[in-house]
Design a protein around this ligand. Structure first.
Ligand SMILES: Nc1ncnc2c1ncn2[C@@H]1O[C@H](COP(=O)(O)OP(=O)(O)OP(=O)(O)O)[C@@H](O)[C@H]1O
Ligand SMILES: [Mg+2]
Length: 607
């Protein structure tokens, strides 16, 4: 058989190699901007035409190149940034492969004018499809001015695969943001088809974000600052209430290089858990400064992926840093809960006999969700609800909240009539509806109760609140040896939650008392859920036993569908919900409360 393997001609080999580095105009923009940064520029201008398909030009005031370097820079694997294998683990520049310019020159018509600051004359060089067309000395400003024309002119198939100008421009803007946002000390501009898109003066990180994303971001950002022996995390996160339903404002950098890292993204999102709905994405701009020896950046042709030597450590620091930033600024969602009396009157459902006058005596230990008698909580926000307190809800004076409803004069006694109290309507045994000043508030009953219980259980677990208990006719339970071990390890916590629990033989337990909020019939299911959640999450890096326990308990003990509630019981839920730290979000991260604005209601009525 004759030999069939042949070496590809250089032109074809170059195009194939270029395909890895340059997939679309935005990739060329990225490479050229990175080169300008590596050259130590303090000012970088990007000019594009027709979404980069006709022209991509980058003008910098960096180091410039000598005539020989200018020619060399277009050779494959020609770089000034590394010279030996070890250097790959000491990379402090954006580039290191010596491939970008060679790739661009293989698939476009390139003109470059470049001059080192110390030289009087610069070099002007033209290359088309890897072929040198001309090279001569020329007058030009210090720095480098590179024009990439007609990208993919010799690869029609690639050119045909490009998306619409709008889509390609979006990609370019994204690359421009990724690079400019993390280099606030450098001035940047971007002009598209003669129009100025961005003009960014040098300044701090925050003002750069504002320059790119708008003034509104001034109020939306929280600083993040964390320093350990191994790394520094610095940047900003968006306040939880500004989390968006669409991805896109997640910017993670390692030593000033934008990277994609699903695991670290998870750490950041985890820190926002329970503060944002599960389908929302937090905004972040975070830079990890780390010794290059601790990372490997040479794992992907576009240099947007990084391997960390100790990713578990970086994850833990990232999680802690973001959590701390959220905590320090004491962020809790704000909500409009001042009541509009006319609307609430309209919405009130008042079947005969259901409304009680606030003068009635109320049993403070009353548990609205149990038919059996219980010995409810001795202390704490949750057991304090009383007629007086829930009335305040409708005068805007909500416990733990500072907002006041100006429509109700404070200090003046409210007439104790039905109309001055909050009115609630229970929709399909699932949602509580009530009028608030800005519209109609809808509360998911089961989730609201889960949130109330969750915070109550957390307080009990941290010893801040004593458990309330109900006595039980002893229940004997048996578990597998592994599960019994888990129950034994959680015994002290279960006691804090209100369980009276004793061991019985090797893998058995006697339950003599349970938390007041739990139904007797749910005991076994709750313990099984606790075991299951414990097994599932114990390996998580951010495993927090108290959170898992409180969540398992809250979800199981919360109101079941089909319940009927009186006005007072609904007011009690409302009152206790808004005394919570995070009243808007359920323990599983989903939304509890929503408000349909008056204008939206008006619009609906006009349809
Ligand atoms: N704007 C510029 N100013 C000064 N020198 C430049 C500029 N652009 C490129 N160079 C020089 O040309 C060389 C080749 O650039 P090229 O982008 O091809 O490779 P690189 O940046 O070294 O690595 P990578 O392929 O990872 O980008 C660089 O190492 C640098 O010395
Ligand atoms: Mg480069």
């Amino acid at each position: 058989m004759s030999n069939i393997i042949k070496l590809l001609p250089d032109s074809v080999a170059n195009q194939i190699a270029a395909g890895e580095v340059i997939q679309r105009p935005a990739s060329a923009v990225k490479e050229l901007l990175e080169n300008a940064i590596d050259a130590g520029s303090t000012s970088v201008d990007l000019i594009i035409k027709d979404a980069g398909k006709t022209l991509i030009q980058v003008i910098d005031n960096g180091a410039g190149m000598s005539a020989i370097d200018a020619r060399m820079s277009f050779e494959r694997h020609a770089t000034s940034k590394i010279s030996k294998a070890d250097d790959l683990f000491a990379i402090r520049t954006m580039g290191f492969r010596g491939e970008a310019l060679a790739s661009i020159a293989a698939i476009a018509q390139v003109e470059i004018k470049t001059r080192p600051h110390e030289d009087e004359l610069g070099t002007c060089l033209k290359i088309e499809g890897s072929t040198l067309m001309s090279q001569e000395s020329c007058q030009c400003p210090a720095g480098t001015n590179i024009m990439v024309k007609n990208l993919f002119f010799n690869v029609p198939a690639r050119r045909n695969f490009l998306k619409s100008n709008t889509a390609e421009t979006r990609h370019i803007i994204e690359e421009f943001i990724r690079i400019s946002v993390i280099h606030p000390d450098i001035s940047f501009s971007m002009v598209h088809n003669g129009k100025l898109v961005f003009k960014l003066i040098s300044g701090g990180f925050k003002s750069r974000i504002i320059g790119l994303f708008g003034k509104a971001y001034d109020q939306r950002l929280l600083p993040v600052e964390q320093k350990t022996d191994m790394l520094t995390i610095h940047g900003f996160i968006g306040k939880p209430e500004y989390a968006k339903k669409t991805r896109g404002e997640q910017y993670l950098f390692v030593n000033g290089r934008f990277i994609k890292h699903a695991y670290l993204h998870h750490a950041i999102v985890n820190a926002f858990k329970e503060l944002i709905p599960s389908d929302a994405y937090p905004t972040y701009f975070l830079n990890i400064q780390i010794d290059p020896q601790e990372i490997d950046i040479n794992i992907h042709p576009t240099k947007t992926e990084v391997n960390f030597r100790d990713i578990q450590y970086v994850y833990a620091v990232m999680l802690a840093a973001v959590k701390q930033s959220i905590g320090k600024h004491n962020v809790t969602p704000t909500i409009d809960f001042t009541v509009d009396p006319s609307l609430e009157a309209m919405l009130a459902q008042r079947p005969e006999g259901e409304i009680k006058q606030p003068t009635i005596t109320i049993d403070p230990d009353y548990n609205p969700f149990k038919t059996k008698s219980t010995v409810r909580g001795q202390t704490g926000t949750f057991s304090r609800s009383s007629a007086q307190e829930w009335q305040k809800v409708f005068t805007g004076d909500i416990p733990g909240r500072e907002e006041k409803d100006e429509t109700f004069p404070q200090g003046e006694e409210q007439p104790e009539t039905e109309d001055s109290q909050g009115s609630f309507y229970l929709l399909h045994s699932k949602y509580i509806l009530t009028g608030v000043r800005s519209g109609l508030m809808i509360i998911d009953l089961q989730k609201a109760h889960a949130r109330i219980l969750y915070e109550q259980f957390l307080e009990q677990l941290t010893g801040k609140e004593k458990p309330s208990q109900q006595q039980l006719f002893p229940h004997n339970l048996h578990f597998s040896p592994g599960d019994a071990e888990i129950i034994r390890s959680l015994k002290d916590d279960l006691v804090k939650l209100g369980f009276v629990i004793e061991t019985l033989g090797k893998n058995g337990f006697v339950i003599n008392g349970i938390p007041a909020d739990l139904l007797e019939t749910d005991v076994e299911a709750v313990l099984e859920k606790i075991i299951e959640n414990h097994k599932q999450h114990a390996k998580d890096l951010d495993y927090d036993k108290n959170i898992i326990l409180a969540r398992s308990m809250a979800v199981n003990a919360s109101i079941k569908p089909g319940i009927r509630l009186s006005q007072m019981e609904m007011a009690d839920i409302f009152n206790r919900l808004f005394a919570c730290k995070v009243p808007e979000i359920a323990p599983d991260g989903s939304r509890i409360v929503t408000i349909i604005g008056l204008t939206d209601i008006e619009k609906l009525m006009k349809m």
